[in-house]
Design a protein around this ligand. Structure first.
Ligand SMILES: [Zn+2]
Length: 357
């Protein structure tokens, strides 16, 4: 795996801003991503299982934990602030369970099943699962689940319905149905982690942040989701015996893969363009303003507290036919103090870039 990298705080803020809605964290999948997910599932090209023996499974898990836990800790610190040491202090353990599954319990301990460690095609896929479980911890799903579980069997059903009523669009019956079902399985009190699908998407989202922070290629998440989907399909009218529980509590479907792809792309784009720096935010805002903007285009960098505007004043065609724009710019350092400003003219070059005159 690659060297860890720090996700700039500003980038994290931008990405988290996208998930402030309760029901759908991260960016939504578009039709294109859904198509891609279906294509991937049909093509079914997943790397071979490694079929590690017990010693190799322990070694692999130890390598992954060394790499992923510090990254999860850094993401947690920025998302939650305090308490991260307490909730991430317990070392993940391997169970002998042959089911392809993993879970995190009420004391925040992650358990990775032997079945999962054996079925994974690489350390990176194992990292994707571990990051997902840490995602549940960071998003506080454990405590939420404990509260729900404490109300008992019938209460579980009611809790699911109640949560559903709060976070589902009232017209979205599927969402409500999922949650009622989830509530029902909570009520069975199976110690199992019957998270709602909303929780799964949220954990996937944090998982992507953690993997990026750890320098693990995000495509590993797709491969693992594909593997889970593959394991859980086909036999016995839909779910194979091994994949059954994972399929129930961790829905590995094309919608989830599509969403993973959408979030991976957004994250990779943001990382590759370095949206966290003032100058890049400013020049991206300037480019947008010059191409299409009317009036004022704003940018703001939550990390530095700096912000600015580009105001288009006039557009015209120069003698040689190129598009020119007269615009003013302003820049504020640290939330409104220390203003600088100026005015410039830029014309579009043959290659599409804008040259200041
Ligand atoms: Zn999960």
């Amino acid at each position: 795996m690659a060297e860890p990298r720090a996700i700039p705080a500003a980038l994290l803020a931008l990405l988290l801003a996208a998930c402030s809605g309760v029901d759908r964290p991260g960016v939504p999948a578009t039709g294109a991503e859904r198509q891609e997910a279906r294509r991937l599932l049909q093509a079914g090209a997943i790397p071979q299982q490694r079929r590690l023996d017990e010693a190799a499974q322990h070694a692999s898990l130890a390598r992954v934990v060394r790499h992923v836990r510090p990254a999860a800790h850094r993401v947690c610190q920025r998302v939650r602030g305090a308490n991260c040491g307490a909730i991430l202090s317990r070392s993940p353990v391997r169970s002998r369970d042959r089911e392809i599954n993993a879970h995190v319990d009420g004391s925040h301990r992650v358990t990775m099943n032997a079945g999962l460690l054996r079925a994974a095609g690489s350390d990176e896929e194992i990292a994707a699962v571990l990051a997902h479980e840490y995602g549940h911890v960071i998003a506080d799903h454990i405590d939420k689940r404990m509260e729900d579980a404490s109300v008992g069997a019938l209460g579980g059903l009611l809790a699911g319905t109640f949560v559903g009523a709060m976070i589902c669009d009232r017209s979205n019956r599927d969402c409500l149905g999922d949650l009622v079902q989830t509530g029902g399985s909570m009520g069975l009190g199976m110690g199992a982690l019957a998270y709602s699908q909303q929780h799964e998407l949220e954990a996937d989202y944090y998982s992507a942040l953690i993997l990026a922070e750890a320098g693990v290629p995000l495509e590993a998440g797709e491969r693992m989701l594909m593997r889970l989907a593959r394991t859980s399909e086909g036999r016995e009218g839909g779910y194979g015996p091994l994949g059954m529980a994972m399929a129930r509590t961790h829905p590995a479907n094309d919608e989830r893969i599509a969403r993973w792809i959408a979030n991976r792309r957004a994250l990779q784009y943001a990382l590759s363009t370095g949206l966290a720096s003032d100058s890049q935010l400013a020049s991206e805002a300037r480019r947008r303003a010059l191409e299409t903007g009317a009036g004022e285009t704003r940018w703001a960098n939550p990390r530095t507290g700096h912000s600015g505007t580009i105001s288009v004043k006039k557009r015209w065609r120069a003698a040689a036919g190129e598009a020119c724009v007269r615009y003013g710019w302003k820049r504020w350092q640290a939330a409104g103090r220390k203003e600088t400003q100026g005015e410039e003219t830029a014309c579009r070059q043959a290659g599409g870039s804008w040259q200041v005159r």
